[in-house]
Ligand binder design. Structure first.
Ligand SMILES: [Fe+2]
Length: 461
C-alpha cells in the first residue's frame, strides 16, 4: 500500500513535517530589528511525528511550536513538539496509533489525540497550546517543555476552542467548547488571572464544527455553519462531516453577560467561516468581518493536486452587518482575492477596527491551501496594499504588533513566517505595518523551513 505521505500533498513540500526539535541561538538578521520588539513570537502548526496510520488531514498532525525570540536587535529560534499523552503513546509504540479526523468512526468511542496543534496563547500567566477537540496544553514559555493538559483547576468540563478572545480592557479570556455530542456548545469566561468564572451551555440547532467566534465590547457572536456532525450514512460519505447548505448559516448574538435564553439567531447564506477578522457594535447593528468560504468540502480533502474547484471553495474577506432591530444580515464582499488567517490589532478586539491583515493568494493555481502574499486592508478608505513573495513561496498568518502599548492602530509592525522555496527554508519578516509592500524593516533567516501551519501570537518580554 502506498504510504499516505507519498499521496497526500499535506505531507509534502513545505507541508511535510520537520523531523527535528532544536535550538539556533544566533540567527542572521538582514536589516535592523526594532529595539521595541522585545519578546517572543510563538507559532503553532501540525507536524506529525509518525507516518499516519490511515488518511491524513492537515488538522491531524502533532503540534509543533516554533519560537522566535527577539532581544536587543538579535534573534534566536527554538522548536519543540507538543509532547501530548497521545504522542507519548506513539513514541512508545514507535508508530502512529491514533486515527485522523477523516477516519473517526461514530460506532466507537472516538480516540482523539490532543495534538495541541492549532494556536498558542498567553493568558493568566500560562502559555497554552490549543486544539479545539480537547483541553489546552500548558507549556514552559522559555524551554517550550510540555507541562501537561490544563483544565482550569478542574473547572473546565468541555473542550476549548483554539480561538479564545482576550478582552483588551478587562483582560478576560472569552472562549467556548463544542462537541458532536450534547451539550453541542458551551460558552466560557476566564477572568484576567486565568480563573474560569463562567460556563454556559448554549442551545444550537445542530452540532457543527465551530472553529472560531467573534466578540464585541458587549456581545458574543456564535457562528453556526452547515458543516454538520452526522452519524448517518457515514460510510457513504466517507466520514462524520456533512455539508448541508440548505440549513444556511446562523449567527447567534448574545450579551456577554447572558446565557442560552438570550441568544438571538440571525440567518445568512450558507457559508463556512474558520476565522473572523474582528467584530464591533455599531448602534443597533453588529459588524462582523470574516474570511468566508461559499462552501466547505471537508470530506474531500486535497489528497491529490486538484484544479481549482471554483470561487466558492476559497475564502474571501467579507462583512456581515447584523441588524439587531430588523433581524436581517447584510452580506457584503470586501474583496475578491483568496485569503485566510485574518488578523487585526488585538487592542481593537471587539472595537471598531480600521485595518486588517491577511495571508492572500492573488492567483490561486490549485485549491491546495497556499498564500503567496500578505495584504493589508484600510477598511475605512476601502484600499489595500499587497506584498507578494513570489510563486512557490508561502506566507503564514500576518500578526500586527504595536510599537508601544499606546501607539496608533497601524503604528507598529506586521510579523510573519514566510517559506522561501528557493532557499527551501523559512524567513521571519518584520514589515512596517503602514507600508507592508515596502522595504522590510528586518528579515530573520531561519536555519531551516517551518512547515505551513496555523496560528501564532506575540508575547512581549
Ligand atoms: Fe484557526
Amino acid at each position: 500500500m502506498t504510504p499516505e505521505s507519498e499521496r497526500n500533498v499535506f505531507l509534502q513540500g513545505n507541508f511535510a513535517p520537520w523531523p527535528m526539535a532544536g535550538d539556533a541561538p544566533h540567527l542572521t538578521v538582514e536589516g535592523a530589528l526594532p529595539r521595541e520588539l522585545n519578546g517572543t513570537y510563538y507559532r503553532n502548526g501540525p507536524n506529525p511525528a509518525y507516518e499516519p496510520m490511515g488518511r491524513y488531514h492537515w488538522f491531524d498532525g502533532d503540534g509543533m511550536i516554533h519560537a522566535i525570540r527577539l532581544r536587543d536587535g538579535r534573534a534566536s529560534y527554538r522548536n519543540r513538539w507538543v509532547e501530548s499523552a497521545g504522542l507519548a503513546e506513539e513514541r512508545a509504540a514507535g508508530r502512529a496509533t491514533f486515527p485522523g479526523l477523516l477516519d473517526l468512526k461514530p460506532t466507537e468511542v472516538p480516540r482523539i489525540k490532543n495534538t495541541g496543534n492549532t494556536n498558542i496563547v498567553w493568558h493568566g500567566g500560562k502559555l497554552l497550546a490549543l486544539m479545539e477537540a480537547a483541553l489546552p496544553t500548558a507549556l514552559a514559555p522559555c524551554t517550550l517543555e510540555t507541562l501537561g493538559e490544563w483544565d482550569f483547576d478542574g473547572r473546565l468540563g468541555t473542550a476549548m476552542t483554539a480561538h479564545p478572545k482576550m478582552d483588551p480592557e478587562t483582560g478576560e479570556m472569552l472562549f467556548f467548547g463544542y462537541s458532536p455530542f450534547p451539550p453541542y456548545l458551551t460558552y466560557h469566561v476566564a477572568d484576567r488571572t486565568g480563573a474560569l468564572v463562567r460556563s454556559e451551555p448554549i442551545d444550537v440547532a445542530w452540532p457543527s464544527m465551530i472553529h472560531d467566534f467573534a466578540v464585541t465590547k458587549d456581545r458574543v457572536i456564535f457562528i453556526l455553519c452547515p458543516l454538520v456532525f452526522s452519524f448517518e450514512n457515514v460510510t457513504e460519505r466517507g466520514g462524520v462531516f456533512s455539508w448541508e447548505p440548505e440549513r444556511g448559516t446562523r449567527l447567534g448574538v448574545m450579551a456577554r453577560a447572558g446565557g442560552s435564553a438570550d441568544v438571538r439567531w440571525y440567518e445568512t447564506d450558507a457559508s463556512y467561516v474558520f476565522h473572523p477578522l474582528n467584530a464591533y457594535d455599531d448602534g443597533d447593528r453588529v459588524v462582523v468581518d470574516v474570511a468566508r468560504y461559499g462552501r466547505l468540502d471537508f470530506m474531500t480533502p486535497q489528497a491529490t493536486r486538484d484544479p481549482v474547484r471554483g470561487p466558492e471553495s476559497l475564502a474571501r474577506l467579507h462583512r456581515w452587518t447584523i441588524d439587531l432591530a430588523g433581524g436581517g444580515v447584510r452580506s457584503t464582499p470586501l474583496d475578491d482575492v483568496s485569503c485566510e488567517f485574518p488578523r487585526a490589532d488585538e487592542r481593537r478586539l471587539g472595537r471598531k477596527h480600521r485595518y486588517g491583515y491577511v495571508a492572500a493568494e492573488p492567483e490561486p493555481a490549485s485549491d491546495v491551501p497556499g498564500w503567496s502574499a500578505i495584504r493589508r486592508y484600510d477598511l475605512e478608505r476601502g484600499t489595500f496594499q499587497t506584498r507578494s513573495f513570489g510563486r512557490g513561496s508561502g506566507a503564514g498568518e500576518p500578526l500586527f504588533v504595536p510599537r508601544t502599548a499606546g501607539s496608533a492602530e497601524d503604528d507598529g509592525w506586521v510579523i510573519a513566517l514566510v517559506y522561501d522555496a528557493q532557499r527551501n527554508a523559512s524567513d521571519f519578516y518584520v514589515l512596517d505595518a503602514r507600508d507592508v509592500a515596502g522595504e522590510p524593516v528586518a528579515v530573520v533567516r531561519l536555519p531551516h523551513r517551518v512547515p505551513y501551519g496555523f496560528h501564532g501570537n506575540w508575547v512581549p518580554a
